[in-house]
Write a protein that binds this ligand. Sequence first.
Ligand SMILES: [Zn+2]
Length: 293
Amino acid sequence: MNGLAALLAAAVLTTAPRLTPPPGPSPLVIRAASRAMQPGELVVLTVSSAASLTAVHARAFNTDITGFAVGQNDPHRWRVLIGIDLDVAPGRHPVVVTASTTAGPLESTYELVVRPKKFPTRRLSVNEAMVNPPPSVQPRIAAETKEQQAIWDAPAPERLWTAPFVRPVPQAANSAFGTRSVFNGQPRGAHGGADFRSPAGTPVKAPNAGRVVLAKDLYFAGNTVIIDHGLGVFSFLCHFSKINVAVGDMVTPGQIVGLVGATGRVTGAHLHWTLRVSGARVDPLALLVLLGR
Ligand SMILES: [Zn+2]
């Protein structure tokens, strides 16, 4: 046995029982950005690695989320958008991040610690048919619910946006996001969107690029446009007086998709924008802060 072989044999013998770092590419570094870690917030995870990543996925809140590379020519930095739905219970929620590399998969777990948030209750008076719809419109409401669920279940698998998100209207939003609404004295579900105080006729801009997947009058929402931005991100904009786009249209960021109105279950003209991120209802204002211009 020559000197080198003896050395290697000794190395094998001595290293075998020890804990050595696993071979292969360096691990994933995960950073989280958000306004707060609370229900209704968006969390932007940045996943970095010294290795070249070819795909990044995350599993959070029992949902698979597809990530995207931050820059076109940078395989080392990826993002994953995680929505903390309005109804998520406070506590620790693990996010399992997996990345593909030519040398095999990498996995890391990031723990989201969601703090409690108390949303206020608001009392509103609206047309009685919007609180207790007559039996004659029940089939219509059921069909619309089913149609929307089918849309949420089939997002474009690729990212259709690249530019920063923009405000759909120049006016400010009130604090309606997340409030538990009581219509005509009867409690209804949480308000899953932001309401912007815009006068009737204000042009509504597409918050970002995407495909129009619904453009019609819905019973509760009135004239509605849903834009599929891809990777599970949807904008649901409603109460329009006029719709300017049709299903199948590809819209550009800032393109006028309709005009503010007072159709559906409303107390007056305003723009309602619900943002869905992989099924979670998150405050659109959080999106504008984190990924806006
Ligand atoms: Zn609203």
